[in-house]
Design a protein around this ligand. Sequence first.
Ligand SMILES: *Cc1c(COP(=O)(O)O)cnc(C)c1O
Length: 401
Amino acid sequence: MTLHERYADAMMKTLSPPLAVLVRGEGCYVWDENGTKYLDFLAGIAVNSLGHAHPDMVAAAQQQIGTLAHISNYFASPSQIELAERLKRLTGAGDAGRVYFCNSGAEANEAAFKLARLNTAGGRRNRILALNDSFHGRTMGALALTGKPLMRAPFEPVPGGVQHIETSIAVLEREIDDTVAALFLEPVKGEAGVIDLPEGYLRRARELCTKHGVLLIIDEVQTGAGRTGKWFAYEHSNVLPDAVTLAKGIGGGVPIGALVTFGATSDLFLRGQHGSTFGGNPFVTATSNAVLGVIERDDLVGNAARRGEQLRELITRIDSPLISEVRGRGLLLGIGLSEPVALKLAAAALAEGLIVNAANESSIRIAPPLIVGDAELADFDERFRAALASVTSSGLVSANR
Ligand SMILES: *Cc1c(COP(=O)(O)O)cnc(C)c1O
């Protein structure tokens, strides 16, 4: 049996068939079981910040797993304390900030959901707001926050009290009042196809949340750790949240999630109210420290900003009737297509040795490692143009533009 057949036999039916079986990676490239090489412009969905097999990350992970891998939260480790301090500093949470560690984005949002439930103001606040078309994860609480009714439907009832609203400033102004405990949002909706918030949205959300005592909880699971050309996407709007959830890119590939609270929000959780067996163990926190350390040392946040601009320009220069717009920021870009052929285009790219993602039927998501350079951008240009040409020439696309 091939590996694909064994996968189909053994793995739960929750996922679509794998695009390839990968066996090795280095820098921005991965190789499959047959030795075919791919340029990886998805990076494990914005996870592999340093690309694959980065020597500093490998050294830190190997060193820590050979020394002390896991200890339970009855004990602390130097790397866990160091990572908490680092996240307080990088997020801008400052002295009053606090960090809770878990293992994934969904879990970080579960923690944030529980946090929101604690902002009751004596029972007066019983509404949580989240955005239509948002994605916050697949566990029940994170699913309750997720603004995709079809994803929730088979699993109802999910935890209650969450109201999904349209993403407009007018709706924010109408809905936020003293009965709201928290507003959850993604600064760029990644899973929805890399959709930016309206101009001024985050600043207005901050003003209204402050005015009404509502927690502004920003989900930076996909956008955090330098991905958008700032450490955190809320910096583009010059606002600070009351809490931010993190995962994906902060670990560079090891499973880690975090909830960081700001100011008085740090006093909401009391002893015994939340926890995780694996959360913040020495292995993942030492590795995450190495990843974030390299991002700081090599100014990969600046690189994400500069390369992101280059990448956007390069895509804009492509003269294809299929491309209708480029969205997003830094190294999280969405290409809006004029026809619903994203799956075909992503498949054509793969055949050209390029990994990009069809986030939905008319959006391609691009999220290369933050280490990407001139050579990889030129390689992307060539392969992506070839993929576009093959989809266009296959006659599936009308040439009427
Ligand atoms: C990926 C993602 C999640 C879920 O993270 P998991 O680690 O898959 O649980 C939550 N929120 C956003 C914005 C994400 O992109």
